[in-house]
Design a protein around this ligand. Structure first.
Ligand code: SF4
Length: 275
């Protein structure tokens, strides 16, 4: 990848549903809940999946009770498993390979998520002292994602995550050290339902924090590290998230926001947010 372009915006790390065999809609299970109107077991195609592997209710997912689908992101795993691991032969064309495809998909999804975080760290100019190690980790994981199904099924993802996490933490510390002011540490904090409207959290660590239904409206979250934070139903109306570290599209999609919420590039404002 070029030094001048955004690593995190690389097409390999974005879902390309047109090149995927609808793997998230087949391989993964879901249960009847506030996120899904019905039960579906792993390996069973969703009833809304069309012959062309497109979703038949894509524009009406929330109205139909499938909000769970709108907060999912494969980080590019779908097209990689479909086109690289299984060389463009779908589970419909080759039913004998279906099971392996469904098992490989969640593994590659986790690897792609790691790649995404690593790419985001590579986009941080102030984390430059960590870039050499991050680049090496990126190349190692990317090479792994292009290996055979057999190799992928044997990957110890937790061990790999344990190797990459210290690099991401170092990048976070370097980047946040460059931010002026005192930074708060809410790493792993239970902030479910917390009243944090207007809070000054610039450059803070919110790593793995539970922010479910927390009120972060009008909060200053610029340059805050939000890796792994649970942001389901978090109120981000008017919040400033520019420069937030390791924030992902699924986290934003799971939260609530409005037209005033400032979203970091290259993430997109979810279409279901208030105007
Ligand atoms: S509702 Fe659509 S997006 Fe959700 S699992 Fe079914 S086919 Fe996929």
């Amino acid at each position: 990848m070029s030094e001048r372009t955004s690593h995190a915006a690389h097409p390999d790390l974005q879902a390309d549903c047109g090149s995927c065999f609808g793997l998230c809609c087949v391989a993964l299970p879901f249960s009847r809940s506030s996120d899904f109107p019905v039960n579906k077991s792993a390996g069973t195609p969703c009833g809304n999946l069309q012959e062309d592997f497109r979703c038949g209710i894509h524009e009406r997912l929330r109205d139909k009770g499938y909000s769970g689908c709108t907060v999912f992101d494969c980080f590019g795993a779908g097209q990689k498993v479909s086109q690289v691991t299984f060389e463009g032969v779908s589970w419909r064309e080759e039913p004998d390979s279906a099971r392996a495809m469904y098992e490989v998909f969640p593994v590659v999804r986790q690897l792609q998520e790691l790649l995404k975080y690593t790419a985001q760290a590579l986009d941080l100019p102030s984390a430059r002292p960590a870039h050499r190690d991050l680049r090496r980790a990126y190349e190692q994981i990317d090479t792994l994602t292009r290996d055979t199904a057999q190799t992928l099924l044997a990957v110890d993802v937790d061990a790999l995550r344990g190797e990459v996490n210290p690099l991401l933490l170092r990048a976070s510390e370097l980047a946040r050290a460059a931010v002026p002011g005192r930074k708060k540490n809410h790493r792993g904090a239970n902030l479910i339902g917390a009243k944090l409207s207007g809070a000054k959290l610039r450059g803070s660590s919110m790593r793995g924090a539970l922010l479910i239904a927390a009120d972060l409206s009008d909060a200053d979250l610029r340059d805050a590290d939000l890796i792994g934070a649970d942001m389901r139903d978090t109120n981000l109306c008017g919040a400033d998230l520019r420069g937030a570290l390791f924030l992902t599209q699924p986290q934003l999609n799971a939260a609530r926001g409005d037209a005033r919420t400032k979203v970091p590039q290259p993430l997109k404002r979810p279409s279901h947010w208030a105007a």
